[in-house]
Design a protein around this ligand. Structure first.
Ligand code: UT7
Length: 335
């Protein structure tokens, strides 16, 4: 069994900045409403970029900071809800662009918790001996699955990608995880895919009278914001508490908290519940909005590049979102 450590990080966001005022010119909203309810001031939205180009940009920076060549990777996981194509998936497209020919590649879907779930999965591959060096990417082009006429959701989201490289190590850098899922509350954050329309299904439907009226299912993101808010402020502190209990640490031992950047008020509520100063929480939703699976990855990269992480620092990463899913990871920095 091998230990696991964080070797490097990277991120890449689209060029185009869309401010709250830009949105207010398109719909009935205001900079004041968005800022005070969410902490978001602007977001990046793709024009020319793709999920793959953003992922590759983030991956190249992460590989560079890790000092690793693409050929050394034996695992690539891309966490996303919005691959450019379902076939081939995003991880295969990234492998091709990087020339990472020795890597086994797959996508992972866990909504806004995706990067945390993928990082955990990669850490388990390495710990179990199935991989030595893994690239984990969280990337989204949410702008293509958002209903731009729904002011309750479209003002929240942005596009982007972040990446991390994990490697086998003698010293433990990855110290634990506390993950969870509540499928019963899945209806609070949804997006419908396509209908099953094969000839057998069509015949079956004609022979079986529909008992309930068909629901109108949106192919865009639907969110019950208040329910998701309540879920987040309950589950995130719980999972961080569980994680720290397992590791025999307390919140006072943690140097940096990197939470999913959904809403400033959620981070504030979590900090309050944990009784931790907001100074320890990374915040960048003002610049990028909620980038779903990319958010923790981008925030982690900004933290790593800020120069404020020292050898031996403890980091907690925490994601939460659709599913409902949530998860927290504990790392000790070995630099
Ligand atoms: O990444 C996945 C995880 N997602 C989240 O964590 C999101 C969690 N939820 C939230 O962050 C918040 O619930 C929101 C920011 C989405 C919404 O904030 P809220 O304080 O829950 O607002 P609300 O939905 O209760 O809406 C309050 C009012 C409503 O008007 P009335 O009914 O009081 O007259 C809305 O119609 O604000 C109105 N409203 C808006 N007004 C201006 C909703 N969206 C907008 C808007 N601009 N964009």
């Amino acid at each position: 069994m091998s230990e696991v450590k964080l070797l490097g990080t990277g991120s890449c966001v689209p060029e185009k900045i869309v401010t709250n005022d830009d949105l207010a010119a398109m719909m009935d909203t205001s900079d004041e409403w968005i800022r005070t309810r969410t902490g978001i001031c602007q977001r990046r939205i793709v024009t020319e970029e793709t999920l793959t180009s953003l992922s590759v940009g983030a991956a190249q920076r992460a590989l560079e900071s890790a000092g690793i060549l693409a050929e050394s990777l034996d695992l690539i996981i891309v966490a996303t809800l919005t691959p450019d194509e379902p076939l081939p998936n995003a991880s295969c497209a990234v492998q091709k662009a990087l020339g990472a020919w020795n890597a086994c590649c797959f996508d992972l879907s866990a909504a806004c918790s995706g990067f945390v779930f993928a990082l955990h999965t990669a850490a388990m591959y390495i710990r179990g001996g199935a991989a030595k060096t893994a690239l984990v990417i969280g990337a989204e082009v949410l702008s293509k699955i958002i209903d731009w006429s729904d002011r309750k959701t479209c003002i929240l989201f942005g596009d982007g990608a972040g990446a991390a490289v994990l490697g086998a190590s003698d010293i433990p850098g990855f110290l634990g995880a506390a993950m969870g899922t509540d499928g019963a509350k899945g209806h609070t954050l949804t997006m419908h895919e396509r209908d099953i329309a094969n000839p057998f299904r069509t015949r079956w439907l004609s022979e079986h009278p529909v008992l309930e009226p068909a629901q109108s299912l949106s192919r865009f993101v639907y969110m019950d914001g208040q329910e998701v808010f309540k879920f987040a402020v309950k589950r995130v502190p719980e999972s961080i508490g569980q994680l720290l209990d397992q590791a025999g640490l307390t919140v006072a031992d943690i140097d940096h908290f990197v939470l999913h950047q959904a809403n400033y008020r959620i981070v504030e509520a979590v900090a309050r519940r944990l009784k931790v100063s907001m100074d320890k929480f990374i915040l960048n939703m003002d610049r990028y909005g909620n980038t779903s699976a990319a958010s923790v990855a981008i925030a982690l990269d900004e933290l790593m590049r800020s120069g404020s992480v020292q050898n031996g620092d403890y980091l907690v990463l925490s994601g939460f979102g659709g599913g409902l899913t949530w998860g927290s990871l504990l790392f000790k920095m070995i630099i």
